[in-house]
Design a protein around this ligand. Structure first.
Ligand SMILES: Cc1cc2nc3c(=O)[nH]c(=O)nc-3n(C[C@H](O)[C@H](O)[C@H](O)COP(=O)(O)OP(=O)(O)OC[C@H]3O[C@@H](n4cnc5c(N)ncnc54)[C@H](O)[C@@H]3O)c2cc1C
Length: 424
């Protein structure tokens, strides 16, 4: 492995530029970028992580304050975080195990529902629900003690690549040379644009309104999802302390109206929709966070590694793919990118460097199937449940019931939701 070298460039004598050489640079400070940078450093690769928001450790969520950024974590995410020695360090009193999922169609008929059960599937749980900042904080803590990892609060201004590696010029004047650059800079990835990697993109013309609620009935470790007539989707994910985290996908206009509601407005609304089913399941709901809204879209980069002209680049996480949150899988998919990349680099043949094109092509090949399948399924489900025609309405509701009656199909669905990944 190469050591971190420092030298002063002579290109600009008036403003000397600090130039460094490392094995890998990870660009992006979200969960995917942080997990990837930590994992690469744990492999013994000298790694620098660069993002504008890396200046401070994300504070750990405390006491009654619950973040409204909440995720469903799949088994594949649990395995990756355990591999990175993060999972056991998480505060598990703030994590909720999900043992049941109940999904309801939009006709309000008794048979239009799908029930997935961990017990029936012979697995201890279907997922875990937890706050984003809980995981980010723990990743930050672990990164502080990883001496092969350095973090820079900076922005990449220029990226020059050739067959030997990548040279990054930073806004604060530094220059970094790396064998390999990983772009984890989110859905609007400046690196993806800079390299001219095209992407297929589609707006769903929907926003997701998220908020946490205290419910008067126990949620019974169940994640609920209601498809509503007109295409809205409401998910209520269980959290500790009799709380649920809501993700309501709706039109941007309705999302703006929802953000203006007070507790009484919300109570009236939630008791009147989905045939009052939300209240029947969860009782009275008391707002426990400030609601926030996020625009929704689908995006898939046409390649997950740099083109011929810039071969030493890898895209991961939302920089490579974005999906509707109805299946709660976007982050899990991004963390599977990380797991696959770490597996490939960790098991590489002794004669290959970390940026060997054979390894990068291996990564791209291995990620294509999982990504395409998940994007396709979530997109088709979203569209099937938004269609207003009667045939589509019959089909989607009948489909829920059909899957519900098939042990085989339920088992396959659960396997998909758990996500496959193994570390050797
Ligand atoms: C409402 C909602 C609910 C969701 N629920 C779930 C769920 O339950 N389960 C799940 O698996 N997924 C879920 N997702 C998807 C999930 O939020 C994303 O897939 C995930 O956050 C992507 O992580 P990331 O690290 O790739 O990108 P981001 O979290 O977007 O991070 C990108 C990072 O890039 C960095 N950056 C930006 N610009 C630059 C730059 N110029 N230079 C350097 N760095 C830069 C920033 O540091 C930023 O933090 C949900 C999404 C939404 C909208």
């Amino acid at each position: 492995m190469s050591e971190v070298h420092e030298k002063i460039s002579t290109k600009s004598p008036l403003h000397p530029i600090k130039s460094r050489t490392v094995d890998v640079v990870v660009i992006g400070g979200g969960i995917v970028g942080k997990a990837c940078a930590l994992g690469l450093a744990q492999l013994g690769l000298h790694t620098i992580e660069i993002a504008p928001d890396l200046g401070q450790t994300v504070p750990s969520p405390q006491g009654d304050q619950w973040s409204q950024r909440v995720y469903a974590f799949s088994l594949s995410t649990q395995k990756l975080l355990a591999h990175l020695q993060i999972w056991d360090a998480l505060d598990h009193s703030r994590m909720q195990v999900v043992r049941d999922m109940r999904i309801y169609g939009d006709r309000g008929e008794k048979d239009d529902q799908l029930h997935l059960s961990a017990f029936e599937a012979g697995t201890p749980q279907l997922a875990w629900i937890g706050e984003s900042n809980l995981v980010e904080h723990t990743l930050d803590q672990a990164s502080r003690f990883q001496n092969k990892l350095e973090r820079l609060t900076d922005v990449v201004e220029k990226i020059d690549t050739d067959h030997d590696g990548v040279t990054l010029t930073l806004k604060n004047g530094g220059v970094i040379q790396a064998q390999l650059v990983i772009a984890a800079d989110g859905a609007n990835s400046p690196i993806r644009s800079e390299l001219g990697i095209s992407a297929s993109e589609e707006s769903y013309s929907q926003s997701a309104v998220v908020a946490n609620w205290i419910c008067s009935y126990p949620h019974l470790e169940t994640a609920f999802q209601w498809f509503l007539p007109g295409g809205d989707i409401i998910a209520m994910l269980p959290l500790p302390n009799k709380q649920v985290s809501m993700v309501w996908s709706t039109s941007p206009e309705n999302a703006s109206a929802l953000l203006k509601l007070d507790q009484n407005g919300w109570s009236d609304l939630l008791s009147s929709i989905a045939n009052a089913a939300i209240g029947k399941q969860l009782g009275e709901l008391t707002l426990n966070s400030t609601p926030a809204a996020f625009p929704l879209r689908k995006m898939r980069a046409d390649r997950f590694i740099g083109p011929e002209s810039a071969p030493k680049i890898v895209l991961i996480g939302d920089a490579a793919h974005v999906m509707h949150p109805l299946a709660g899988q976007g982050l899990n998919l991004g963390l599977r990118d990380v797991a696959v990349l770490l597996n490939i680099l960790g098991k590489r043949e002794a004669f290959r460097s970390a940026s060997d094109p054979v390894l990068l092509r291996r990564y791209e090949r291995q990620r294509q199937g999982d990504t395409t399948a998940l994007l396709w399924v979530t997109d088709k489900l979203k569209k099937l449940f938004s269609a207003s025609g009667n045939p589509e309405r019959q089909l989607r509701n009948w489909g829920l019931g059909l899957v519900n009656r098939s042990h085989f199909m339920k088992q396959r669905l659960i396997e998909r939701a758990l996500g496959e990944i193994d570390f050797e």
